[in-house]
Design a protein around this ligand. Structure first.
Ligand SMILES: [Fe+2]
Ligand SMILES: [Fe+2]
Length: 303
């Protein structure tokens, strides 16, 4: 089975938005867009990523949050339509990012849940009325979606999974339909500091230590996330933790910040390889591939 992993599409669409929609944290987001974000992310690059994932025979797609820029209805409906051109709802596991709950109003309206998640209940009954976490069972793979995002004050992009979800995750991991499968945990925020800035505490996952502990004890094989728009491949035996980077970035300085996506090949409940595709000169091509050998992950070309 081939599982694709994209994140941070940051689809911009102000269709139907009113001036009053910007009298909140969206004002700072709008300044960010004017300052360059809008030029860095391209809808064509995002479409090309989806097209390439389809061409590569991806069976299931993970979208690890930040589908929108400002959590506007026009953004959610446009990005949902684009994703559905390439993958059915049943072929996608999607979690929200901090931009998808940009304002308290977007949370209150349950916009992400209604327009993106489409009230899909997941395949395992965890005995809880909450949407998060949910479990998608696809062949011998179990995908567990967590919500690490919630509205925060201006200039704060930190996340938190919270006790209720952590408890439910533990429960899900011990469920026989999950424990017998290859287990992927999907969330938006990162588990390790990637960008060494003093502002890291304003954008990190506050309960990352607890989450990693539960994942390790619960036999999680792979954790995938977004948020940094950066490439990371970190093996915290026995768990592999990956971020490909934003799939829609068309302008960049360093390759690690360029448009990217990952493909994971899983056979007989084992991860056989990880491929990362990079956007340059109008197409996505293979940038790095990893395979497991001698008790560790080896990169080709050697890095
Ligand atoms: Fe993002
Ligand atoms: Fe983010």
């Amino acid at each position: 089975m081939k599982v694709g992993h994209i994140s941070d599409i940051h689809w911009l669409d102000t269709t139907g938005a009113r001036a009053t929609d910007f009298l909140n944290k969206r004002l700072s987001g709008a300044f960010n867009l004017l300052a360059g974000r809008a030029k860095k992310h391209s809808k064509d690059t995002a479409r090309l990523a989806l097209e390439t994932l389809k061409e590569k025979g991806v069976d299931h797609l993970i979208v690890a949050g930040d589908l929108s820029n400002l959590a506007l209805p026009g953004e959610f409906s446009a990005v949902r339509d684009v994703l559905r051109k390439y993958f059915d709802d049943s072929q996608m596991t999607i979690v929200p990012g901090n931009h998808d709950y940009y304002t308290r109003e977007s949370l209150k309206a349950q916009r992400f849940e209604k327009m993106i998640y489409a009230s899909r209940p997941g395949d395992i009954d965890l005995g809880d009325a909450s949407v998060w976490p949910f479990v998608d069972i696809r062949g011998d793979v179990a995908l567990i979606g967590l919500n690490s995002a919630q509205p925060r004050p201006w200039f704060v992009a930190a996340g938190r999974v919270g006790e209720a979800q952590l408890d439910a995750l533990e429960k899900a991991l011990s469920h026989p339909e999950v424990s017998s499968r290859f287990k992927i945990v999907v969330l938006h925020h990162h588990l390790f500091q990637v960008v060494m800035t003093p502002g890291e505490s304003l954008r990190c996952l506050e309960d990352r230590a607890q989450l990693l502990d539960i994942c390790k004890k619960g036999g999680v094989d792979l954790i995938v996330h977004g948020h940094n728009h950066d490439y990371t491949f970190r093996y915290e035996a026995p768990v592999l933790i990956c971020e490909a980077g934003s799939c829609s970035v068309c302008k960049f300085g360093r390759e690690v910040r360029a448009g990217k996506f990952n493909i994971y090949t899983i056979e007989d409940r084992k991860l056989c390889g990880v491929e990362t595709y990079l956007y340059r000169e109008g197409s996505f091509s293979l940038w790095r591939s990893y395979h497991f050998e001698g008790g560790t992950w080896r990169c080709c070309p050697d890095k």
